[in-house]
Write a protein that binds this ligand. Sequence first.
Ligand SMILES: *[C@@H]1O[C@H](CO)[C@@H](O)[C@H](O)[C@H]1NC(C)=O
Ligand SMILES: *[C@@H]1O[C@H](CO)[C@@H](O)[C@H](O)[C@H]1NC(C)=O
Length: 656
Amino acid sequence: MRVLIIVATLLATTFASELISSDEVEDLFRRYARNDLSPTENDKLQDIIELLYRPEHLTTESLENAPESRASLDCLICRSAFAVVFEDVKNGKTDEEISDVVVNLCSSLNIETYHVCAGIVPLNIPIITHIIRTTPEATPRTFCGLVLQKVGDPNFCAVDDPRFEWQVELPEKTELDNIPAADIEPYRVAIIADAHIDPLYEAFGVANCDEPVCCRKGQTAAKHFEYRTNIDESVIKETIVNDNGKVMLDLSMAPMIRELKKSTQTRYLTNRNDAPAGYWGDYRKCDTPIWAVDNVIDEITESHKNIDVVYYIGDTIDHGVWETTYDLIKDMNRRLLQKIRTSFGEDVLVLPVIGNHESQPTNQFAPASVKGDLINTTWLYDELAEKWGSYLNEDAKVTLRERGEFSMLIRPGLRVITLNNNVAYKSNWWLVYDPLDAKTHLDWLISELHKAELAGEKVHILAHIPPGVHDLTKTWTREYNRIVNRFSSTIAAEFNGHTHSDEFKIFYSPDDTPINVAWGSGSVTSYTNYNLNYKIIDFNGATYAPESIINYVYNLTEANLTPHRPPHWFQLYDMKNTFGLTDLSAKSMDNLVHKMVTTNKELLDMYSAFFSKVSDTRWPYCNDWCKIDNLCKTVVTVLWERQKCDELRNIFFSSK
Ligand SMILES: *[C@@H]1O[C@H](CO)[C@@H](O)[C@H](O)[C@H]1NC(C)=O
Ligand SMILES: *[C@@H]1O[C@H](CO)[C@@H](O)[C@H](O)[C@H]1NC(C)=O
């Protein structure tokens, strides 16, 4: 193997390189879409496809952890595929015709299996082509820069579109003296997030399939072996030339890569875990069976008394993103709400948040002005306004129908604002259509917070996606941070879901004072490699700051040993007592984070164990780097602003 690479590399260096810029690559794909390639150009395109071919299917992890060269290739694949769509739209092709071409590209570049490509592409094409037709500023670069946004690198596959830079206006702070007397009744909340109910879940079924989510009826097991070609990263690196940010492909490498693929093709045993799907869920790529979701809700209502309100942080729908339907979404939303309502009873208020999986197709949230079949989001907002209607007042229903969010006074002195921040998710194509739509949501948030401030109310903000690390656009996270800073004395707590891990985030003022905390919820799904959990939170009845946060879990390995018995739930931690804190203020949490990297590293071990909810398939594999990565997420609330993370890492490793 090594010898082969060396020989091949020697061979390659003796030939002149044949560079082709990413613009030229895009152009070739465009002309391929027009059927306009000469035989030589067609050979060229084949060479390009040889270089771009993905060794494995695309997943969130494979994107995030890709080496630089692979990531550059992905950026190029993405832009080329979009160039094809742009060209097809220009030439008046129908959505069906365009879908066919893209499905072919998707499977021939090994982005996903043919089956998955053939599902997910036609769901998204009507939206993408609508945006291309109606948005003069849209380019392949904008679409790809967003969806491939990388945690650590602002320049990677950059969007380069000035429309994405905007600022919210913040009202002056007014000093108030006659704050109305607050309620001093205790306030207890149950937090449930990310149910990801899979109605197709099959206990003892196939958990090792070759699709983004397994354990579903009708799936087949992935093969026990696969043919992999063993091409060294250094060779892939040579196919890419990065000239001051201008990426070029070296086509002279194509014959060699082709040769290497043939000669190094090896049959590998995949070493998969073939055990059948667990009854109560599965650590592998599987969502939640309905009976496990029911069990979570029953457990909460049977074990905890005096719950005033349920915060449901969103993502009811499974990860079968290539085969979601309107009916599935409506049905699961109905199913979950009905269960919550019957178990908690009519007296418990439920405040739900919309998650990125609730839309059709997944992740797509159009501005209210967008009408039309297969592209609008109003169907979802209307649907939820009706389903959740009995919990909401008229004003809340109006904004829910308009934008998928609402603000409600829950009791004297406490307002809950659910914020639909899925609009600013990197995978929402509608950002390309109107980057300012995300701003209208924040403008509304500001006006609600300002009213609350003037009325002397405290506010809880519930939003599905946590700001900072991965998923929201840079501008959104930066502006959201400014809002939290401006209204930090009004915002008593924030709650997020989405990550499935259990974490918290500290917000800082420009002078580095910790000012606010956003609490993660964990998840009801085990997807992937997590235990299931829910939380019970007690708030101070005057300040509405959390006083006690308790997380409950069960051990999925253990539960699956006795399918006929309900899982054994236990208290995993009590945030304040387990970590020895005097309170749960931002200052205390900041203190805790610093202790974790200095005097009390055992607290970091604990935080990392809790991060996966002591999952048997995650916790034991979390080394120091993983622990620091987890901890870093507590101090990054603006995308790419990672100084605090770097500081923590340096302190930790310098005192080892
Ligand atoms: C939104 O899309 C759905 C599904 O295609 C359709 O039934 C509904 O009529 C559309 N609504 C509007 C306002 O276009
Ligand atoms: C979960 O249960 C399994 C089976 O009883 C056990 O081997 C494992 O150690 C438990 N995990 C934890 C974190 O306690």
